[in-house]
Design a protein around this ligand. Structure first.
Ligand SMILES: Cc1ncc(COP(=O)(O)O)c(C=O)c1O
Length: 359
């Protein structure tokens, strides 16, 4: 059965993107690959608001997330934790044998810049991990305010996960002083999973060169050396790179600003729909994500039953809550290629399903 995903990643992939992937293979050391790689850099850099290169890594986002820790943490990393994905950083850092501290917030709360300042002021840290948009709770932290704090601690490298916010709103890497900005392709870029993007500041690259045991596959120094030749360190997932090129062309045609405005408009539409149906947003309104809405299941709807009807009768799927929020929240994505029409079709289907459940 085919159905359309409205979960917050992976999101629905268009026919056009799928077709872009189905092209004949090229060698990853060929002039054709170099031309493809180099043609994408200006748009990738524009989307990251950076002069630094944007490396392409064949992995899901966790590959470069783990890589960032291996490349930058020599003393101790501070992990800002306010949901399932940000909580996981601490676990991953510990598994890598890194010293790691936890700065915890309730799920649904954003990262508090003042608390971050107080913790960093204690000293001993050389890196911070942070998720801009915590997808598990639909909570967006105030990145400019957090980065203003991090700029007060120039010896601390910032590792910022923009997995579910990249291309949803402007994230000004250079202006904010972000050292490592990373994302995956299965969220707002609406590509299949398997490719990660990472942009690394010059000072972070210099730092990486001094950190031992940073491995090979995600070594930023290797990425940079190959980038200078228009290549990746190892054989990349070329079909996804074709898809990325196609998507970047689409973004250029739509215009980044128009894309941000579309995401904001569709996000507001879904939020209004939820409010009108008696569902409270899980985070405080002002910290609500622009990429998705995470609603508290205030009406205690049977979410598996809802999704079953939605899937079988309307060929649509939403998310029934992540981790410890399963059943207690539900999440609806407005990332990628969604339009006013596709969101209207979703809310109509949700209304019909809610009516059926309460009949
Ligand atoms: C904010 C955030 N960070 C990291 C990840 C992990 O990404 P991946 O599964 O691509 O490794 C996710 C996945 O949903 C995410 O939402």
């Amino acid at each position: 059965m085919s159905y359309k995903l409205f979960i917050p990643g992976p999101v629905a992939v268009s026919e056009k993107t799928l077709r872009a992937m189905a092209q004949p293979m090229i060698g990853h050391r060929s002039a054709d690959f170099i031309a493809l790689y180099e043609a994408m850099q200006p748009t990738l850099q524009a989307l990251c608001y950076t002069q630094d290169p944007v490396y392409l890594a064949t992995s899901s986002a966790w590959g470069v997330m783990e890589g960032a820790l291996r490349n930058l943490v020599a003393k101790k990393v501070l992990c800002c934790m306010n949901g399932a994905f940000s909580d996981k950083w601490l676990d991953v850092a510990t598994r890598l044998g890194k010293q790691a501290g936890a700065l915890r917030f309730e799920w649904g709360q954003p990262v508090d810049p003042a608390a971050l300042r107080a913790e960093l002021a204690k000293g001993g840290y050389d890196a911070v991990t942070l998720i801009h948009n915590e997808t598990s709770t639909g909570t967006m932290s105030d990145l400019p305010a957090i980065m203003a704090v991090l700029r007060e601690f120039p010896d601390v490298f910032s590792i910022v996960d923009t997995v579910s916010s990249f291309s949803v709103l402007p994230i000004k890497k250079d202006e904010l002083g972000i050292d490592v900005l990373l994302t995956g392709t299965q969220k707002a870029l609406a590509l299949p999973p398997g490719l990660a993007l990472v942009s690394v500041s010059r000072r972070a690259l210099d730092r990486a060169a001094t950190v031992p045991d940073r491995g090979y596959y995600f070594d930023f120094v290797e990425f940079h050396k190959n980038h200078e030749k228009g290549m990746t360190p190892s054989t990349p997932v070329i079909p996804l790179i074709y898809a990325l090129k196609s998507k970047l062309d689409e973004i250029n045609a739509e215009g980044a600003e128009a894309r941000y405005a579309r995401h904001a408009r569709l996000n507001a539409t879904v939020r209004q729909w939820g409010a009108a149906r008696g569902f409270k947003l899980f985070p405080e309104e002002r910290y609500g994500s622009l990429a998705l809405n995470c609603f508290a299941n205030t009406r205690e709807i049977d979410l598996p039953a809802l999704n079953k009807i939605l899937k079988t009768e309307h060929h649509l799927v939403i998310d029934g809550g992540y981790g410890k929020l399963k059943g207690k929240t539900f999440r609806i994505s407005n990332m990628g290629d969604e339009t006013d029409e596709s969101i209207a079709a979703l809310t109509r289907a949700l209304d019909a399903t809610l009516d059926k459940l309460s009949a």
